[in-house]
Design a protein around this ligand. Structure first.
Ligand code: ADP
Ligand code: MG
Length: 375
């Protein structure tokens, strides 16, 4: 369906800003002995798509609820633009919200569900009709107004919940795991649609997810949470390719870690020097982060030129459809995994399982991080 290019401008007044920056300062929240949020500070730019990513219990929902006004922090400040809102009730914060359980009203039709936030704000009937139709078009469900909620698929309900979240044209949109109830294909489609809608409407958006790929796909920046504090804030590319710690590296994707030594003369692994592009190691040890897709398979005998070569035993090959995973056991017992796409011809020329194998990590892909995994 062709998208109207005037949706955003028709939805908002010509001089009205469509987004606001968010400034979070020193937000702390404890529940008895549990510290849900520990002095969190975060600046979100006007119009930015920021994702709060972290394992279960890391404080994502607590932080989002503090923004929404359903959680009163023990300490700290939150500003939307110039305005301190930490004591303001939720309905006066001018935000749109969407959650995993979309909480549509089952006894109302689609139109009435979406119209609800405008109705309680006392908008006129004609205003409400125009706004609902526009937002239905934005979520590609124009003409569905009189449908019952029970007649809709899961994906359509999710779009209605999204339409309801943005119909009052909030400058800030907050979403907590909005797609986690959907199956994989629909979730990926909705990720693209959500991102496209963000680009059209331009509101500052804060998304909570525990799904790394979703965060990488959708965000301008990602804040990785751990134990109620922010571990790293960065662009998806940097979070993935230049993680600041082993925790972030492990959380963001498949990786092997090798213990390395750090000294004035450089980096070393298993007594051999290592060429390293970047490092956040502190002290005399660190962990080398090895993403499976960054490793290169060396031809036996050749390629002595390559730096960062790891010799080991080809322990196992896993066929995974679009690619194969090689398990390489190093002499000291550490395991590296390497991911390759193999053509039919390459399958025939692979080394035998159990035979020696050499893999290399290009210098520009070589990152050493501080070992904070057990911290
Ligand atoms: P996430 O959304 O990242 O899974 P939460 O913000 O829900 O994390 O929770 C952070 C921590 O605070 C967890 O340890 C959780 O058990 C605790 N917590 C959250 N809400 C409450 C509550 N109402 N009472 C007690 N503990 C809570
Ligand atoms: Mg949560």
């Amino acid at each position: 369906m062709p998208q109207p290019n005037n949706t955003a401008s028709a939805l908002k007044g010509p001089t009205e800003a469509q987004s606001l920056p968010i400034a979070i300062r020193d937000i702390t929240k404890t529940y008895g002995s549990v510290t849900a949020l520990n002095k969190v500070s975060l600046d979100i730019k006007s119009g930015e798509f920021m994702t709060l990513l972290g394992p279960s219990g890391s404080g994502k929902t607590s932080l989002l609820m503090a923004l929404a006004g359903f959680l009163r922090p023990d300490h700290g400040s939150i500003k939307f633009g110039e305005e301190e809102i930490v004591l303001k009730p939720p309905h006066r914060r001018g935000i749109g919200m969407m959650f995993q359980s979309y909480a549509l009203f089952p006894h109302m039709n689609v139109f009435a569900n979406i119209a609800y936030p405008l109705k309680i704000r006392g908008r006129s009937k004609s205003e409400i009709k125009a706004a609902v139709d526009e937002v239905l078009e934005t979520v590609q469900l124009l003409g569905y107004g009189s449908r019952r909620i029970s007649e809709l698929s899961g994906g359509q309900r999710q779009r209605i919940a999204l339409a309801r979240a943005v119909v009052s044209r909030p400058k800030i949109l907050l979403m907590d795991e909005p797609l986690s109830a959907l199956d994989k294909n629909l979730r990926e489609l909705m990720q693209v649609e959500l991102r496209a809608m963000h680009e059209r409407l331009g509101m500052t958006t804060v998304l909570v997810t525990h799904d790394q790929r979703e965060a990488l796909t959708m965000s301008d920046r990602i804040a990785v949470l751990r134990g109620g504090a922010i571990s790293q804030i960065d662009t998806p590319e940097r979070i993935y390719n230049a993680p600041g710690s082993a925790f972030v590296a492990a959380f963001m994707g498949e990786s092997s870690f090798l213990p390395v030594t750090v000294s004035a003369s450089g980096y070393g692994y298993a007594g051999k020097p290592l060429k390293v592009a970047s490092s956040t190691a502190v002290g005399e040890t660190g962990l080398l982060v090895v993403r499976p897709e960054k490793l290169e398979l060396l031809n036996s005998g050749a390629d002595n030129q390559a730096s960062n070569v790891f010799d080991g035993t080809f322990e196992r090959l896993l066929f995974q459809g679009d690619s194969c995973l090689f398990f390489v056991r190093l002499a000291d017992g550490n395991l590296l995994t390497m991911r390759r796409h193999l053509t039919q011809g390459e399958h025939a020329s692979l080394p035998q399982v159990g035979s020696p194998i050499a893999v290399a990590l290009p210098e520009n892909e070589t990152f050493v991080v501080a070992n904070d995994r057990e911290a």
